[in-house]
Design a binder for this molecule. Sequence first.
Ligand code: PBG
Length: 339
Amino acid sequence: MNAEIEKFHFEGGEFSERSRRLRGNPVLREMVRETRIMASCLLYPMFVTEGHGIREEIQAMPGQYRYSVDEFLKELTIVADSGVPGILLFGIPDHKDACGSGAWAEDGIIQKALRAAKREFPRLYCVTDVCMCEYTSHGHCGILCGHDVDNDRTLTVLAKTALSHVQAGADMVAPSDMMDFRVAAIRQTLDRNGYADTPIMAYSAKYASAFYGPFREAAGSAPSFGDRKTYQMDYHNRKEALKEVLQDVREGADIVMVKPGMSYLDIVREVTDAVDVPTAVYSVSGEYAMIKAAAAAGYIDEAAVVCESAVGMRRAGASILITYFAKELAGYIREGRIG
Ligand code: PBG
């Protein structure tokens, strides 16, 4: 039947370039891949909470939990065994107040979790999210002045918080508040306290995004009034991302981040091309929730979609992928599905 279909004949001879030659053999396909992904570029975000024996699933994020410190340690065994080299830690305190004092408390939730994690898993790379929204009663990312966040007062508490994380064992701090000059304030504070070698990963191009919805449920950090648009970026903007990133590099950021991931891969590419520091991308809670929900409904193949979107972020230029699928991805890489 097919033999009846005549081959197409090009006038003046055939073209010699055939792209399919490099796709014909799986060994060769893998050999000529332009983008690589390894477990060593993954960071796994985790939530710790006060209490004991708590492992509470986050409703919109099946498979992700709020852990009390004892359960967190159990989970870290699994994380370490999976080959994921590091975590990004978020704290959910019992008590919140107007200035978010739980963020820098000596016995705060992050500080306790860090001391335990570094004691039990000294080689696990522990990054902490530095922000006030999980600790403030109003849910905004800083100190309020009327109905807006006061930038320069917030710098004081952010710097204090970052220092207390490092003193409790954080290997790196990641400010996510989007205040102006927070990187400079944190850098100066760490340097003056003997932590000149501790790197800062700045959430530099962080957009005001509806994709953070499930996270805010997880961390109980939704703002009680208004939104975050006076500090997080307007998603119509591209040049502003470059401005933010270059400013953070000038202030001393060692790594810059773009967040969210999926809808912002153009920004990841441009940022990667514009700076000489590594780029991280955060595939956020809403991205995880969408993939999980679609897979649960049987609409997509979860593993295949997780692999494809992770490689897409690497292809866009990111050195570091922050993803709730980190453990699964490490497995897919080990099995040779991607890499
Ligand atoms: C804290 C912070 C947020 C996220 C990371 N750090 C929430 C927000 O800015 O509202 C979102 C992470 C996610 O959605 O997975 N400011």
